[in-house]
Design a protein around this ligand. Sequence first.
Ligand code: NAI
Length: 338
Amino acid sequence: MVAVSYPVTLIPGDGIGPEVAEATMRVVDATGVSIEWERVDLNAEVLAKGGNVFPQALLDSLDRTRVGLKGPVTTPIGGGYSSLNVALRKKLDLFANVRPVCSLPGLKTRFDDVKIDMIIFRENTEDLYSGLEHEIVKDVVTSLKVITRTASIRIAEYAFNYAKKNNRHQIAAIHKANIMKLADGLFLRCCREVAALNPDIEYKELIVDNASMQLVIRPETFDLLLLPNLYGDIVSDLAAGLVGGLGVVPGANMGLDHAVFEAVHGSAPDIAGKGIANPTALLRSAAMMLTHLGEIAASKKLSHAIEQVYAERDHLTPDVGGGASTAQFTAALISRLK
Ligand code: NAI
């Protein structure tokens, strides 16, 4: 039998990106799945070299491979170029951002007496991330929040289809339609429409401020969450904090033709280059990628090995209360995959 080899575009990113990407590549290779890594850089330097135009080489590579594994990329705050992350999601129409938030057995958190197992479905292409900002007159700025029926229906359908296929029972749509009656009102109407076609899935609605409180008070009661872009971004970090922080929460950006797997966290400039970044979030994103590629056994093997290393607690990185380096954590994980 000829062994299958999967081409995957590896985008290390910047900050801690190259550190966690290197670790993840080595661990995925240790699962025995054959991946042809096609490395493409995406950072400020690449952008400057290319005359501030989004790198075509990256789009070409993803058109060939259809699958990407991506580290974080820094976005300048309050000025400079627009987010390359947002640009990539828009260019490939990666409309569904999927972020599973699950307790890791063995990891001490404020909530380790309950089992947290929720998945966040965030619309990934519009809302306030449209980047349509305008200074009308000096010191008066407007920022356009774009919500469309097309994008709202397709993220709602994506979440409900996922629920049906994966035996999940409840979807909570999160909104602020009491204030943004038109924009969030439209998002909510679309969610209700799709919910009505899926009576087997329990559907409820929560205003985003109340949802944030409920998530902290009783996180175990949430199953699937369905949100427009901005609330989805913020609530994802809140939810990450419930299960051990940004170092452990994975994600996927799904489109019709492409899938790009990336952690929830950013480039963590405060710890970049120190060799202590936690690669778990990107590793769990890689486990999602293996499932997407049909390598279910390898994905389970990887997830199980991560759980073992956490349960033993001897090789954890500082963000989750350990004293190990990225390299030591990675070596411990690889030894469990052999
Ligand atoms: P961040 O996620 O980079 O860091 C927040 C805190 O979490 C920091 O204390 C950091 O040390 C810690 N942290 C994050 N990931 C970690 C890991 N793997 N291991 C250990 N500790 C970890 O968020 P921040 O500081 O707000 O953003 C930094 C830059 O990242 C910004 O330019 C932002 O735009 C960008 N960013 C990029 C994303 C992407 O590429 N998808 C997503 C989020 C932010």
